[in-house]
Ligand binder design. Sequence first.
Ligand SMILES: Nc1ncnc2c1ncn2[C@@H]1O[C@H](COP(=O)(O)OP(=O)(O)OP(=O)(O)O)[C@@H](O)[C@H]1O
Ligand SMILES: [Mg+2]
Length: 248
Amino acid sequence: MSRANTILYLDGVSVSFDGFRAINNLSLVLDKGEMRAIIGPNGAGKTTMMDIVTGKMRPDAGEVYFDGDVDLTRHDEADIAMMGIGRKFQKPTVFESHTLEDNLLLSLKGPRSILPALFHRRSTAETSRIDEIFGLIRLGDRRRDLAASLSHGQKQWLEIGMLLAQDPKLLLVDEPVAGMTDAETEETVRLLKDIAQTHSVIVVEHDMHFVRELGVKVTCLHEGKVLSEGTLDFVSADERVVEVYLGR
Ligand SMILES: Nc1ncnc2c1ncn2[C@@H]1O[C@H](COP(=O)(O)OP(=O)(O)OP(=O)(O)O)[C@@H](O)[C@H]1O
Ligand SMILES: [Mg+2]
Protein backbone atom coordinates (compact mmCIF):
# COMPACT_ATOMS: atom_id res chain seq x y z
CA MET A 1 0.00 0.00 0.00
CA SER A 2 1.26 3.49 -0.90
CA ARG A 3 2.12 6.04 1.77
CA ALA A 4 1.30 8.95 -0.53
CA ASN A 5 -1.45 11.15 0.94
CA THR A 6 -1.31 9.42 4.31
CA ILE A 7 -0.83 11.33 7.55
CA LEU A 8 -0.22 8.13 9.49
CA TYR A 9 0.91 4.77 8.17
CA LEU A 10 1.46 1.75 10.41
CA ASP A 11 2.32 -1.58 8.86
CA GLY A 12 3.15 -4.84 10.60
CA VAL A 13 3.74 -3.12 13.93
CA SER A 14 4.33 -5.25 17.00
CA VAL A 15 5.33 -4.47 20.56
CA SER A 16 5.60 -6.81 23.53
CA PHE A 17 5.69 -6.38 27.30
CA ASP A 18 7.55 -9.30 28.87
CA GLY A 19 6.62 -11.59 26.01
CA PHE A 20 2.99 -10.45 25.82
CA ARG A 21 2.19 -8.92 22.42
CA ALA A 22 0.13 -5.83 23.23
CA ILE A 23 0.37 -4.77 19.57
CA ASN A 24 0.46 -7.70 17.19
CA ASN A 25 1.17 -7.08 13.51
CA LEU A 26 -0.97 -3.94 13.44
CA SER A 27 -1.58 -2.17 10.15
CA LEU A 28 -3.50 1.10 10.21
CA VAL A 29 -3.58 3.91 7.67
CA LEU A 30 -5.04 7.39 8.11
CA ASP A 31 -5.42 9.68 5.11
CA LYS A 32 -4.41 13.33 5.30
CA GLY A 33 -7.33 15.31 6.67
CA GLU A 34 -9.18 12.24 7.89
CA MET A 35 -10.84 11.83 11.29
CA ARG A 36 -10.99 8.21 12.51
CA ALA A 37 -12.66 6.68 15.53
CA ILE A 38 -10.93 3.76 17.22
CA ILE A 39 -12.93 1.38 19.39
CA GLY A 40 -12.26 -1.97 21.00
CA PRO A 41 -12.32 -3.74 24.35
CA ASN A 42 -10.10 -2.89 27.32
CA GLY A 43 -6.57 -4.03 26.67
CA ALA A 44 -7.04 -4.07 22.85
CA GLY A 45 -3.94 -1.88 22.43
CA LYS A 46 -5.54 1.48 21.65
CA THR A 47 -3.46 3.51 24.09
CA THR A 48 -0.33 1.50 23.31
CA MET A 49 -0.84 2.33 19.62
CA MET A 50 -0.79 6.02 20.58
CA ASP A 51 2.35 5.43 22.69
CA ILE A 52 4.06 4.08 19.58
CA VAL A 53 2.93 6.92 17.33
CA THR A 54 4.05 9.57 19.82
CA GLY A 55 7.44 7.93 20.36
CA LYS A 56 6.76 7.05 23.99
CA MET A 57 7.33 3.43 23.06
CA ARG A 58 9.43 1.92 20.31
CA PRO A 59 7.93 -0.95 18.30
CA ASP A 60 9.82 -4.27 18.14
CA ALA A 61 8.88 -4.58 14.47
CA GLY A 62 7.02 -2.78 11.72
CA GLU A 63 6.84 0.55 9.93
CA VAL A 64 5.47 3.78 11.40
CA TYR A 65 5.37 6.78 9.08
CA PHE A 66 3.97 10.28 9.58
CA ASP A 67 2.96 12.66 6.81
CA GLY A 68 3.99 10.21 4.09
CA ASP A 69 7.72 9.91 4.57
CA VAL A 70 8.74 10.69 8.15
CA ASP A 71 9.89 7.46 9.82
CA LEU A 72 8.66 7.94 13.39
CA THR A 73 10.70 5.02 14.71
CA ARG A 74 13.78 7.20 14.17
CA HIS A 75 12.53 10.08 16.33
CA ASP A 76 12.00 10.63 20.04
CA GLU A 77 8.94 11.94 21.84
CA ALA A 78 10.03 15.60 21.86
CA ASP A 79 10.88 15.54 18.15
CA ILE A 80 7.59 13.95 17.25
CA ALA A 81 5.62 16.57 19.18
CA MET A 82 7.58 19.33 17.43
CA MET A 83 6.92 17.73 14.05
CA GLY A 84 3.19 18.04 14.57
CA ILE A 85 1.62 15.17 16.47
CA GLY A 86 -0.39 16.35 19.46
CA ARG A 87 -1.75 14.01 22.08
CA LYS A 88 -4.58 14.45 24.54
CA PHE A 89 -4.47 12.06 27.47
CA GLN A 90 -7.62 11.06 29.28
CA LYS A 91 -7.05 13.17 32.38
CA PRO A 92 -7.01 16.94 31.70
CA THR A 93 -3.76 18.61 32.66
CA VAL A 94 -4.37 22.35 32.52
CA PHE A 95 -2.65 25.03 34.59
CA GLU A 96 -5.41 25.43 37.20
CA SER A 97 -4.16 28.66 38.75
CA HIS A 98 -3.81 30.50 35.43
CA THR A 99 -6.51 32.05 33.29
CA LEU A 100 -7.75 30.22 30.22
CA GLU A 101 -6.05 32.82 28.06
CA ASP A 102 -2.70 32.28 29.79
CA ASN A 103 -3.11 28.53 29.42
CA LEU A 104 -3.36 28.96 25.66
CA LEU A 105 -0.59 31.54 25.55
CA LEU A 106 1.75 29.24 27.44
CA SER A 107 1.03 26.49 24.92
CA LEU A 108 1.69 28.45 21.73
CA LYS A 109 4.36 26.90 19.59
CA GLY A 110 7.89 28.12 19.97
CA PRO A 111 10.47 28.06 22.71
CA ARG A 112 9.18 29.98 25.69
CA SER A 113 9.31 29.90 29.43
CA ILE A 114 6.52 30.91 31.76
CA LEU A 115 7.52 34.45 32.74
CA PRO A 116 8.34 35.86 29.30
CA ALA A 117 5.23 34.17 27.89
CA LEU A 118 2.98 35.85 30.42
CA PHE A 119 4.56 39.29 30.49
CA HIS A 120 5.73 39.99 26.98
CA ARG A 121 3.49 42.04 24.67
CA ARG A 122 1.33 39.79 22.60
CA SER A 123 1.86 39.98 18.88
CA THR A 124 -1.16 40.51 16.64
CA ALA A 125 -0.61 37.04 15.23
CA GLU A 126 -0.68 35.51 18.70
CA THR A 127 -3.82 37.43 19.64
CA SER A 128 -5.68 36.33 16.55
CA ARG A 129 -4.53 32.73 16.93
CA ILE A 130 -5.80 32.72 20.51
CA ASP A 131 -9.14 34.21 19.42
CA GLU A 132 -9.41 31.54 16.75
CA ILE A 133 -8.76 28.76 19.26
CA PHE A 134 -11.28 30.21 21.73
CA GLY A 135 -13.82 30.14 18.90
CA LEU A 136 -13.14 26.45 18.34
CA ILE A 137 -13.18 25.39 22.00
CA ARG A 138 -16.30 27.40 22.86
CA LEU A 139 -14.75 29.10 25.89
CA GLY A 140 -14.21 32.67 24.67
CA ASP A 141 -16.48 34.18 27.31
CA ARG A 142 -14.44 32.48 30.05
CA ARG A 143 -11.02 33.62 28.83
CA ARG A 144 -10.17 35.67 31.92
CA ASP A 145 -11.42 33.07 34.40
CA LEU A 146 -9.09 30.69 36.15
CA ALA A 147 -8.86 27.23 34.61
CA ALA A 148 -9.68 25.82 38.06
CA SER A 149 -13.22 27.22 37.72
CA LEU A 150 -14.03 25.07 34.66
CA SER A 151 -16.11 21.89 34.69
CA HIS A 152 -14.37 18.61 33.85
CA GLY A 153 -15.70 18.77 30.28
CA GLN A 154 -14.61 22.37 29.81
CA LYS A 155 -11.11 21.46 31.03
CA GLN A 156 -11.00 18.80 28.32
CA TRP A 157 -11.85 21.46 25.73
CA LEU A 158 -9.25 23.84 27.11
CA GLU A 159 -6.66 21.09 26.88
CA ILE A 160 -7.68 20.42 23.28
CA GLY A 161 -7.18 24.16 22.73
CA MET A 162 -3.70 23.91 24.27
CA LEU A 163 -2.91 21.14 21.80
CA LEU A 164 -4.18 23.27 18.92
CA ALA A 165 -1.91 26.09 20.06
CA GLN A 166 1.01 23.79 19.20
CA ASP A 167 -0.25 23.75 15.61
CA PRO A 168 -0.30 19.96 15.16
CA LYS A 169 -1.10 18.25 11.87
CA LEU A 170 -2.39 15.14 13.64
CA LEU A 171 -4.26 15.03 16.94
CA LEU A 172 -4.59 11.88 19.01
CA VAL A 173 -7.42 12.09 21.50
CA ASP A 174 -7.88 9.30 24.09
CA GLU A 175 -11.40 8.95 25.54
CA PRO A 176 -12.37 12.65 25.41
CA VAL A 177 -15.96 12.30 26.58
CA ALA A 178 -15.39 10.00 29.57
CA GLY A 179 -16.93 11.79 32.54
CA MET A 180 -18.66 14.44 30.44
CA THR A 181 -22.34 15.34 30.71
CA ASP A 182 -24.55 14.47 27.72
CA ALA A 183 -24.64 18.13 26.69
CA GLU A 184 -20.83 18.36 26.87
CA THR A 185 -20.52 15.17 24.84
CA GLU A 186 -22.79 16.60 22.12
CA GLU A 187 -20.73 19.80 22.04
CA THR A 188 -17.51 17.75 21.83
CA VAL A 189 -18.84 16.07 18.68
CA ARG A 190 -19.28 19.49 17.06
CA LEU A 191 -15.92 20.71 18.36
CA LEU A 192 -14.04 17.73 16.93
CA LYS A 193 -15.86 18.04 13.61
CA ASP A 194 -14.77 21.68 13.44
CA ILE A 195 -11.16 20.77 14.26
CA ALA A 196 -11.24 17.98 11.67
CA GLN A 197 -11.87 20.58 8.96
CA THR A 198 -8.21 21.54 9.22
CA HIS A 199 -6.49 18.66 11.06
CA SER A 200 -6.20 14.89 10.90
CA VAL A 201 -7.64 13.33 14.05
CA ILE A 202 -7.71 9.95 15.77
CA VAL A 203 -10.26 9.61 18.55
CA VAL A 204 -10.35 6.60 20.86
CA GLU A 205 -13.69 6.26 22.61
CA HIS A 206 -15.90 3.62 24.25
CA ASP A 207 -19.05 5.78 24.06
CA MET A 208 -20.83 4.34 21.01
CA HIS A 209 -23.43 7.12 20.93
CA PHE A 210 -20.60 9.62 20.61
CA VAL A 211 -18.89 7.52 17.90
CA ARG A 212 -22.16 7.35 15.96
CA GLU A 213 -22.56 11.12 16.13
CA LEU A 214 -19.00 11.65 14.89
CA GLY A 215 -20.03 9.86 11.71
CA VAL A 216 -16.52 8.87 10.60
CA LYS A 217 -14.81 5.61 9.59
CA VAL A 218 -14.32 3.29 12.56
CA THR A 219 -11.51 0.85 13.33
CA CYS A 220 -12.10 -1.82 15.95
CA LEU A 221 -8.91 -3.11 17.56
CA HIS A 222 -8.70 -6.41 19.38
CA GLU A 223 -5.62 -8.19 20.75
CA GLY A 224 -3.33 -5.61 19.22
CA LYS A 225 -4.59 -5.76 15.66
CA VAL A 226 -7.45 -4.56 13.47
CA LEU A 227 -10.51 -6.74 13.91
CA SER A 228 -12.90 -4.77 11.72
CA GLU A 229 -12.93 -1.47 9.86
CA GLY A 230 -15.56 0.57 8.04
CA THR A 231 -18.68 2.56 8.82
CA LEU A 232 -20.02 2.16 12.35
CA ASP A 233 -22.99 0.25 10.91
CA PHE A 234 -20.63 -2.13 9.12
CA VAL A 235 -18.37 -2.64 12.13
CA SER A 236 -21.21 -3.09 14.60
CA ALA A 237 -22.84 -5.69 12.36
CA ASP A 238 -19.59 -7.69 12.36
CA GLU A 239 -20.16 -10.84 14.43
CA ARG A 240 -16.61 -10.80 15.75
CA VAL A 241 -17.00 -7.21 17.02
CA VAL A 242 -20.28 -8.11 18.74
CA GLU A 243 -18.59 -11.14 20.26
CA VAL A 244 -15.55 -9.40 21.76
CA TYR A 245 -16.88 -5.90 22.41
CA LEU A 246 -20.37 -4.64 21.64
CA GLY A 247 -22.25 -7.67 22.87
CA ARG A 248 -20.73 -7.51 26.32
N1 LIG B 1 3.63 -0.45 30.38
C1 LIG B 1 3.03 -1.64 30.24
N2 LIG B 1 3.60 -2.76 30.79
C2 LIG B 1 3.00 -3.97 30.66
N3 LIG B 1 1.85 -4.17 30.00
C3 LIG B 1 1.24 -3.12 29.45
C4 LIG B 1 1.80 -1.79 29.54
N4 LIG B 1 0.97 -0.92 28.88
C5 LIG B 1 -0.05 -1.67 28.41
N5 LIG B 1 0.12 -2.98 28.74
C6 LIG B 1 -0.78 -4.08 28.34
O1 LIG B 1 -0.96 -4.00 26.94
C7 LIG B 1 -2.31 -4.29 26.60
C8 LIG B 1 -2.89 -3.14 25.82
O2 LIG B 1 -3.15 -2.06 26.71
P1 LIG B 1 -3.73 -0.66 26.26
O3 LIG B 1 -3.64 0.24 27.43
O4 LIG B 1 -3.07 -0.22 25.02
O5 LIG B 1 -5.25 -1.03 25.95
P2 LIG B 1 -6.45 -0.05 25.56
O6 LIG B 1 -7.02 -0.58 24.28
O7 LIG B 1 -6.03 1.36 25.59
O8 LIG B 1 -7.50 -0.35 26.72
P3 LIG B 1 -8.54 0.63 27.48
O9 LIG B 1 -9.78 0.65 26.62
O10 LIG B 1 -8.78 -0.08 28.77
O11 LIG B 1 -7.91 1.97 27.64
C9 LIG B 1 -3.03 -4.60 27.90
O12 LIG B 1 -3.06 -6.00 28.06
C10 LIG B 1 -2.15 -3.94 28.94
O13 LIG B 1 -2.27 -4.62 30.17
MG1 LIG C 1 -6.55 3.02 26.72
